[in-house]
Design a protein around this ligand. Sequence first.
Ligand code: ISL
Length: 530
Amino acid sequence: MRRSSDLSPEIAEEAAWWRDAVFYQVYVRSFADSNGDGVGDLEGIRSRLGYLELLGVDALWLTPFYRSPMADHGYDVADPRDVDPLFGDLAAFDRLVADAHEHNIRVTVDLVPNHSSDLHEWFQEALHAGPGSMERARYVFREGRGFDGSQPPNNWTSVFGGPAWTRVPDGQWYLHLFAPEQPDLNWEHPEVRADLEQTLRFWLDRGVDGFRIDVAHGMAKPEGLPDMDIRPQAPGVLSDDVHDPRFDNDGVHEIHRMIRKVLDGYPGTMAVGEIWVKDDERFAAYVRPDELHLGFNFRLVQAGFDADAVRSAIEHSLAAVAPTGTPATWTLSNHDVVRHVTRYGGGAPGEQRARAMTLVELALPGVIYLYNGEELGLPNVELPDWALQDPTWERSGHTERGRDGCRVPIPWEGTSPPFGFSTAVNTWLPQPNEWDHLTAEAQLEDPGSMLSLYREALEHRKSNAGFAGEELEWYGAPAGCFAFRRKGGGLICALNTSGASVPLPPGKVLLSSGPMDGDQLPPDTAVWLV
Ligand code: ISL
């Protein structure tokens, strides 16, 4: 029943296709709505495959579209082997995979193994079965502390704010590293493992080409659940090597080995893990030959628009994976972080810097993860309070606005909301009126647009011999600038984050992120030379 046969023969044959692939993250809720309910869906994605092919991406990463009460917009999964009616059904999924493959685009899907929804039948059974039951053993239930058990079992906090424990009416507490609607599964339990294996095979048999594994540094919990260090995270107070017992426990590697074994039975498939682990060696452990194929590293997300910070992010990312033989991955934005146009200052300067960073990213060896809408130069949106939906907003007592600002639906065409995203006027998050010049339609034929820059850069990346080889050589450069050369192919990329124009390294300009200053590289600009 595997459907990868729809790919053209040359493309289907390439077993390690992911080693230099350009992935495109589709935040399913926000990409394209086919049925007019204001929420994106699988048919919507299928209707836009022509656009994705034109853009030049190799594979999609679809965020969770499984059955879910949507407390965390699908990252709370009630049935991992079915499509939520909001997004379509299994037939729509099959059609999407088949059509994507016909466009020579591979399809990878999100897996959420750390937790389930509180409405998953297992958790409902656990609540009803009571303390000490087999049903509770699939989750992390504990007695509380204090003489009446009214204090949580330890001091862990939830990533979304507040305690990581919620008490149930019979007095026990359950662990949730995220929202209370996302109880953590007990990965010591054999049924939890067996169920994930079943889920992997379910989607592999339907033809998916791989998985993105949510919180891949989570899952395993340390013996005895020791307290975490909650000293304020001011610079210098906590060093990077203070271990957070909630994440990156050694037991996690056995889980990744299990996942890899399953994937090895389906040649040409892969897994990338979301790994928020700073230490290079600990990060590298996740991409050992019998574990994940790839690990996300978020160093470019964390670096500002500053040549030294970006260079250090690049060097660390390459050094972390060098001994493992796996390629590095590069990400500027995703559905959890402020969009990079805004991170780099917003407005015209933010856009200019984002263009420059796009050329830096696309010059690097390894795997690219683009986030839907970055190719249109979308900024983060300052949403009004009434529109906010991210659980972080409620959990933080309205002090943290959460991640909705980077999840606003994509503007496709036309001059006013919903910009062809939907036929509904009320989209799940409102789009700004000012996005009329950012639609795909407005940018497609404009050679100076962000979209044209992405298309051109991706085309060069695919076809130009300068992009060969995995190693970089760094040149001496003026303060606030850098230049590196791909050792194998010879492509040079120079970036100027300083306030003044600087001389270019020798070479012929292949592409620049903005106008050049004669034969000089202006501020906020990057250039490719061959
Ligand atoms: O663990 C962290 C820091 O060490 C967090 O940054 C965490 O890894 C991250 O928030 C996890 O995100 C993923 O899982 C969440 C979901 O809300 C996000 O959208 C998803 O990307 C819970 O499933």
